[in-house]
Design a protein around this ligand. Structure first.
Ligand code: AMP
Length: 545
């Protein structure tokens, strides 16, 4: 016997319909690539999404064809997302910070038929246009521009295209398992791999990520996704915001601390989401300007480990609750988020604060385990102490990569994340490292994350990364690459002394190398692979033969 309840497929079009019906006048504030601001709302976003769906319907496209976007977080980009997925096409978001060869690899692998781009990316598009034969239509996300048209004669302009179209469109009826969007992993090892999300996985992820114990979104919120829409769909926020009916501020291309402080203060943002490097910039800018970030109730930090000192700075100096979360492109991304349980409220503030350092526990819909090896044969103890290979399964977790026919899973259907972590009885997970970033010194593991968390708490260090350097005796030893604050003359000895009594002596880095800049990748994460290439042999070079 099956239940007698209605069945409605979980489709992305239902999210924008909901927002347009019940939250039409809720504001979407968008910073354009030229710095100007556009004030729109869910009602108008839905209308333009339908106009754009009519544009796409006039192209010769089949269900599930890929439509690529190379764009910042802005209202036009948002409208195209709903227009694309709502008409049964797949929205392929592309990271513009990749090299041109990687970009054309991705466009060809995805077999994109349409390429939509922000005006600022015209040179990027010109550099790949001859190596992406599948693309039949180029659309510039702007009004007509003579220079762009001269450079790319077959380009169309978004504003002109939608102006003449009807805002009436019947969203395409689809099976909820159909593909909705595509995002490539950052490809730090080998070529990037495509993760193809479905309508169902996206809607379920929106429910789970909005919950009070997740990102805690409400219709009273105005959220600021600093995380780009090309990085795991801005952590799903354009979908969850429509589901919840919250207001959004889309920051466009200016992601420096001062611009973000200004957006938060001017538009009274209540909740913002981004990677730690973004928040470091924001904290520095807020201290400099004297802003108290008064409207900001909470911020979500993920994508890389959130240093405890950052949690403390937001709480003590800005009364802002920092929520640490973990995820990956392959997990849509939410896999764990750190919110306290009732029993933690019985402990003192220091204990509660400590509890929040970890990456958090899984929301309903995903499960976590740690195993002795990546094949997942034997589970490690859930004691909050024993590290293992972190594995995940659930409704919004990848099963296989796009264009690759093998499953990406263990024999018993878990996805190995490549992260090393501990789990405790309550499911709180703490990442020790990426498995490839762990340092193996004389057979003992050292967590680079732990060493970085200590160093970044030093007030005169602005950015740090710990990597493994080859060592004649110990195989590998940790070294610290550090960027000092502008006026600092901090010495290596002072930094090393800062580690004393905070960690076992043998875990203290062997060297501190001061640099002017630490390389970060397209999603704002530190490129440890590049650092290893530059500094990985430094200890061998120093050891006399
Ligand atoms: P990406 O697919 O580019 O988002 O990268 C996913 C990887 O980022 C994960 O496998 C982790 O190694 C890392 N990551 C994400 N969130 C965190 C976090 N809160 N703490 C530590 N590492 C993280």
């Amino acid at each position: 016997m099956i239940g007698n309840m209605m069945f409605q497929p979980l489709l992305i079009s239902s999210l924008i319909e909901h927002a347009a019906t019940y939250h039409a006048d809720t504001e979407i504030i968008s910073k354009n690539t030229d710095g100007s601001m556009t004030h729109t709302n869910w009602g108008q976003v839905a209308q333009n999404a339908k106009r754009f769906a009519n544009v796409l319907a006039s192209f010769d496209l089949a269900i599930s064809d890929r439509v690529a976007t190379i764009a910042w977080n802005n209202h036009r980009h948002l409208e195209t997302w709903y227009g694309i997925s709502g008409s049964g096409l797949v929205c392929h978001t592309i990271n513009p910070r990749l090299f041109p060869e990687q970009l054309s690899y991705i466009v060809n692998d995805a077999d994109d038929k349409v390429l939509i781009f922000d005006k600022t990316f015209i040179n990027l598009v010109l550099s790949i246009k001859d190596s992406i034969p599948s693309v039949e239509h180029f659309i510039c996300l702007d009004a007509f521009d003579r220079d762009i048209q001269k450079a790319l004669p077959n380009v169309c302009f978004y504003d002109d295209l939608i102006k003449e179209r009807s805002d009436q469109f019947e969203w395409t009826e689809l099976d909820e398992a159909k593909a909705s969007s595509l995002c490539y992993t950052s490809g730090t090892t080998g070529n990037p791999k495509g993760v193809l999300y479905s309508h169902r996985s996206t809607v379920l992820h929106s429910y789970a990520s909005s919950l009070p114990d997740s990102f805690n979104f409400s219709a009273l919120d105005r959220i600021l996704p600093v995380v780009p829409m090309f990085h795991v769909n801005a952590w799903g926020t354009p979908y969850s915001a429509a589901m919840i009916g919250c207001s959004m501020v889309l920051p466009g291309p200016m992601l420096d601390g001062a611009s973000l402080v200004q957006l938060i203060d001017q538009y009274k943002v209540t909740n913002a989401l981004g990677v730690p490097t973004i928040w470091q910039g924001l904290l520095n800018a807020a201290y400099q300007s004297g802003s108290k970030l008064e409207s900001l109730v909470r911020n979500i930090v993920g994508g890389a480990a959130c240093p405890p000192s950052m949690l403390k700075a937001f709480k003590d100096d800005f009364q802002c609750e920092t929520i640490h979360a973990w995820g990956m492109t392959e997990t849509s991304p939410l896999g764990a988020v750190n919110q306290l349980k009732a029993k933690h409220l019985e402990t003192d503030e220091t204990e509660q604060f400590k509890q929040r350092f970890a990456q958090g526990r899984p929301p309903y819909g995903v499960s976590l385990r740690v195993c002795h090896d990546e094949k997942g044969v034997e589970e490690s103890a859930r004691d909050g102490y024993t590290p293992g290979h972190l594995q995940i399964k659930g409704h919004w977790i990848v099963e296989s990569y796009f264009n690759q026919f093998d499953h990406a899973l263990t024999q018993d259907n878990w996805f190995d994340t490549g992260d090393i972590a501990t789990l405790d009885q309550d499911g709180y997970m703490q990442i020790s490292d990426r498995s490839k970033d762990l340092i193996k010194s004389g057979g003992e593991w050292i967590s680079s994350v732990e060493l970085e968390n200590i160093a970044i708490a030093h007030p005169e260090l602005e950015m740090v990364a710990v990597i493994a350097a080859s060592h004649a005796k110990w195989d590998e030893r940790p070294i610290l690459i550090a960027k000092r604050a502008a006026v600092s003359s901090l010495s290596e000895a002072e930094v090393l002394a800062f580690y004393h009594n905070k960690i076992a002596k043998w875990q203290i880095p062997d060297r501190v190398i001061f640099v002017d800049a630490i390389p970060v990748g397209g999603t704002g994460k530190i490129l440890k692979k590049d650092l290893r290439e530059i500094y990985g042999s430094v200890l061998l070079e120093e050891t006399p033969a």
